[in-house]
Design a protein around this ligand. Structure first.
Ligand code: ATP
Length: 924
């Protein structure tokens, strides 16, 4: 049970004691034992579908039940063989669709497990990332802005820690958290020293000790009250269901008509009934949603390998239709490997040498070396190190970083002047901080300094601030110049702005630093509530200098952007960085082309909606934006009919990620909140992975379309054949068992093989799909019914020939039966692509299809030549010349589709022959 009221009214020490843990956290062994005792930290008992239930459900569709009843009646009437074969075929089809549905379930489960959240804990004295479900009471968790709170916990440390508890209380204003002991009887909603599962960190950072997990948490109890969430059907499945129902109704009408006609022509009633139901079972695409889900699932698995993790299956559909990608700059388009190259202090620009995160490098003014102990440089670097949460270290002979790369670059630069963060952090304790946020574009820390140097202007408590130059300058009235704090004149201000521009022009990311002394007592008094009033402190500061760092563009992104342009997808950069820096990088990457525009957040604020919409297609770079600007960009594009993909990582990006057609979160640097709001997560934060995912998305959609069209042509072919033969010749061209067999092999392996067809080179050279268009268009229906008609025509040629030659009925049926099976196999190859010849794609580039067809051919040969199967399927062996006729006719299914593709390519030529993309063959 939940320990109500035992933690919030206790001193932190006694909380530790009660939960049997010290500041170094639980030991792994203890955590393991507690996990056994308390169970996993999960909100819902996952509703696992039982395998047996899934299996039985394959046989509960009305048509199957009717078929089973019909075959039982035939048993009673003595038609044993027929009944047995029908039941066996139904059973096999059931197993096949069971396997398909089971795989579909697995695909969905895999998705769930891949996106399960993680928590940062202290265990065995070290910081670790563990799956949230492994958390136990007593675990110490670390929290920072954007984290989803994984369990109910008592706050033990908090720096401006605020949480968004709207999911619990409906109140959207973030709640300030504190570590203070609260009186007993404080109502749950006022327990500000507790954080709750299901809420998130809106601001600041801190640590907390887990008190309750899983269903015992406040949120868990609520979830229990509300019951478990229902499994939702995806829009794609819905539209497939609709399509299936439509086909189903049409089939039933035709089949009922044909069966009645059969009875009219004198066929036995039961035979016609059995046969009619078999035809209905065969023609209604019941397995379609499952096969589509498998197709989506396999595609999603392939995407994982290409660093894109789709959170919701239907978004795959949207991905393929995306025609504008709005991307963050830092880390997504660039490497996020920062190196400080320029410093501006005391009105001078210094160059810093060295590469990467190695702390080796020197400072130069022009060609003259500058020593690291120069006063202004030292002060600037001291601020850069103290107002900083990152650090660097050496691992396996390589210099690595911990924390934000922008900050780490500053620490590395300081180390080049001999300033070490570990030592400085010990010497100068941090009393508080106002964290960085994309809105504020700055960070401030409060450190207690005991500076020895006589020339340093202040001692005692000091605030260091770093951030975007215009933001920092906006709060400065003074400057540290020539060893003194002087007034900041408009001339100097102008000079600094020029230096910023100079650095930004070279694509450097510029950070400014400032400081100011503070009265310690006053500071402690003002901040006693746990909140630091930024507007009262970040003012009248003294400007220290600028640091310009290089963040090289990712090499692969340039190619990806070109690929987007070829694929008719517009790329837009949206960044919090300076306009000039952003433009310089965008030019280098090929995003900002001639006649394209760059807009800043404030310029956007000054544009009216209509004016903005009119311009939006020409704007390629948005600089100095706030997360809220992203919403306006999405809105404008959507109004123009675009399908918008938008990236985001921060807690405030969540609304934009939700509003975009495709919200994309960053796997490495992204917050939990942004990940939860997204449809897809990039596991490597790389823009190129978005483009890879779009390619996969397009391919999956193309494959689904193709195998549905294949199914349509196969099923309509069967119906046409039967309809025409009964109407024209009063002959039953296929028996019920044969129809079921054809259904089994056409619905079985080939569609699954078609769903793993690799992308072809032409897929990223076509315009994006029109979303309005839906899954199946008139084009697919025409192609499907056209090919169905062709197969029926082939069968009718055989039928006329067989009738004219006076063949016995069994031979006639065997010929048509074999013809249809082979025609379907040729047809399966057709639907590897609706545009390209299978010879240019490479005959063997979809090996599963080759195997599927080979297996089918062997099975069909067995049905014709193995004696007991001959009895079961009423077949007779075929002669060589009969085989010749059958194969020649069947091959026209392939030949005619090749011709159609050839002429359609001629009428709308593309740049590419459509070779299979060899990088992705069988990558599933
Ligand atoms: P993107 O939005 O493309 O990821 P970004 O990282 O530049 O770009 P923000 O993180 O919003 O966007 O940063 C905006 C500005 O805030 C930067 O240009 C920089 O001047 C400043 N800044 C970035 N990181 C910090 C930090 N850790 N401390 C203080 N200021 C920062």
């Amino acid at each position: 049970m939940r320990d109500k009221g035992v933690y919030y009214d206790q001193e932190i020490n006694s909380v530790f004691e009660k939960l049997g843990v010290s500041e170094s956290g639980l030991s792994s062994q203890e955590a393991e034992e507690r996990l056994k005792k308390y169970g996993e930290n999960e909100l819902e008992e996952k509703e696992k579908i039982s395998i047996l239930r899934l299996f039985i459900s394959q046989f509960t569709s009305i048509l199957i039940v009717i078929l089973i009843i019909a075959s039982i009646i035939s048993v009673l009437l003595g038609e044993l063989i027929d009944a047995a074969v029908i039941l066996f075929t139904v059973f096999l089809a059931g197993i096949l669709s069971f396997v398909q549905e089971y795989q579909a379930e697995k695909a969905i489960e895999l998705l769930r497990s891949l996106t399960s959240p993680e928590a940062t804990v202290i265990r065995d004295g070290v910081e670790k990332e563990i799956p949230s479900k492994k958390l136990v009471p007593g675990d110490i968790i670390l929290l920072q802005t954007g984290d989803r709170i994984p369990a109910d916990a008592r706050v033990i440390k908090g720096f401006n820690l605020k949480t968004d508890e709207s999911s619990l209380t409906g109140e959207s204003v973030p709640v300030q958290k504190s570590t203070e002991v609260l009186p007993s009887e404080t109502p749950e909603s006022d327990r500000v020293n507790m954080v709750y599962t299901g809420t998130s960190v809106a601001y600041g950072r801190g640590s907390a000790i887990v008190t309750t997990t899983g269903m015992n948490t406040t949120f868990g109890e609520l979830a229990g009250l509300l019951g478990t969430i229902e499994r939702a059907r995806t829009p794609l499945q819905e539209s497939l269901d609709k399509f299936g129902r439509w086909i189903g109704a049409a089939t039933l009408i035709i089949v009922a008509f044909v069966a009645m006609l059969g009875v009219f022509y004198g066929f036995p009633l039961l035979d016609m009934f059995l046969w009619g139901v078999a035809l209905a079972v065969a023609a209604i695409p019941e397995a379609l949603p499952a096969v589509v889900t498998v197709g989506l699932g396999l595609g999603v698995r392939r995407m994982v390998k290409r660093h894109a993790l789709v959170r919701k299956l239907p978004s795959v559909e949207t991905l393929g239709a995306t025609n504008v990608i709005c991307s963050d700059k830092t880390g997504t388009l660039t490497q996020n490997k920062m190196t400080v190259e320029r410093i501006c202090v005391n009105e001078q620009i210094l160059k810093i040498t060295g590469a990467g995160y190695s702390p080796e490098g020197e400072f130069f003014k022009g060609n003259v070396k500058v020593t690291g102990d120069e006063l202004h440089l030292q002060t600037l670097l001291l601020g850069a190190v103290l107002c900083n949460d990152a650090d660097f270290f050496k691992e396996n002979e390589k210099w690595e970083i911990k924390g934000d790369p922008t900050e780490a670059a500053l620490v590395v630069a300081a180390a080049k002047a001999g300033l070490r963060k570990v030592e400085l952090d010990q010497k100068y304790s941090r009393l508080g901080e106002i964290p960085f946020s994309s809105e504020r574009k700055r960070m401030t820390t409060f450190n207690k300094l005991e500076i020895e140097s006589e020339s340093f202007p202040v001692k005692g408590l000091i605030a260091f601030s770093k951030g975007a130059p215009e933001v920092i300058l906006g709060s400065c009235t003074k400057i540290f110049l020539d060893g003194e704090i002087k007034a900041l004149s408009p001339e100097i201000n102008k000079l600094i702005a020029e230096k910023v521009r100079e650095m930004a022009d070279q694509a450097l990311r510029v950070m400014a630093l400032s400081f100011c002394p503070l009265d310690e007592d006053l500071f402690l008094e003002k901040t006693s509530s746990g909140e630091i009033p930024s507007e009262e402190i970040e003012k009248d500061m003294a400007f220290l200098g600028l640091m310009g760092m290089r963040d090289p563009p990712r090499e692969e992104v340039k190619i990806a952007i070109q690929k987007c342009a070829d694929a008719g997808i517009k790329t837009v950069m949206i960044t919090g960085d300076h306009k000039i820096t952003a433009s310089a990088i965008a030019k280098e990457l090929g995003i900002l082309k001639e006649n394209d525009l760059t807009l800043t957040g404030s310029e956007l604020d000054n544009l009216g909606d209509a004016e903005f919409e009119e311009k939006v297609e020409r704007i390629s770079v948005y600089a100095r934006v706030y997360p809220t600007h992203k919403l306006r960009v999405i809105d404008a594009f959507k109004k123009k009919g675009y399908v918008v993909a938008m990236t985001g990582d921060g807690v405030n990006d969540a609304p934009a990620l939700k509003a975009a057609d495709m919200g994309i979160a960053m796997g490495i640097t992204g917050t939990d909140v942004s990940k939860e709001a997204s449809s897809m997560i990039l596991t490597d934060d790389n823009f190129a992975s978005i483009v890879a995912a779009v390619e996969e998305g397009r391919n999956i959609f193309k494959n689904i379309r193709n195998f549905i069209t294949y199914g349509l042509s196969a099923h309509s072919g069967e119906v046409f054949i039967v309809l025409i033969s009964i109407l024209g010749w009063q002959i039953l061209p296929l028996l019920a068992v044969q129809i079921l067999w054809i259904n089994l092999i056409t619905d079985g392996l080939p569609p699954m093989a078609l769903s793993v067809e690799p992308p072809d080179n032409g897929i990223m050279r076509q315009k994006p799909r029109n979303v309005e268009e839906g899954l199946i268009t008139r084009r697919e229906i025409t192609a499907g019914l056209g090919l169905g008609g062709l197969i029926a025509l082939q069968a009718l040629i055989v039928l006329t020939w067989a009738v004219d030659s006076g063949f016995p009925l069994e031979k006639l049926q065997t010929l048509i039966f074999t013809l249809v099976v082979f025609s379907e196999m040729f047809n399966a190859f057709n639907w590897r692509s609706d545009r390209y010849s299978i010879f240019s794609l490479g005959l063997f580039t979809n090996k599963p299809l080759v195997y599927a067809v080979l297996i089918t051919i062997i099975l069909q040969l067995m049905v014709i030549y193995v004696p007991f199967l001959q009895t079961a399927f009423r077949t007779v062996p075929l002669s060589l010349s009969e085989w010749g006729v059958v194969l020649a006719l069947a091959s026209t299914t392939l030949i005619s589709m090749e011709l159609v593709k050839y002429f359609s390519r001629k009428s709308s030529p593309g740049k590419n022959p459509g070779k299979t993309n060899s990088d992705h063959i069988y990558d599933f």
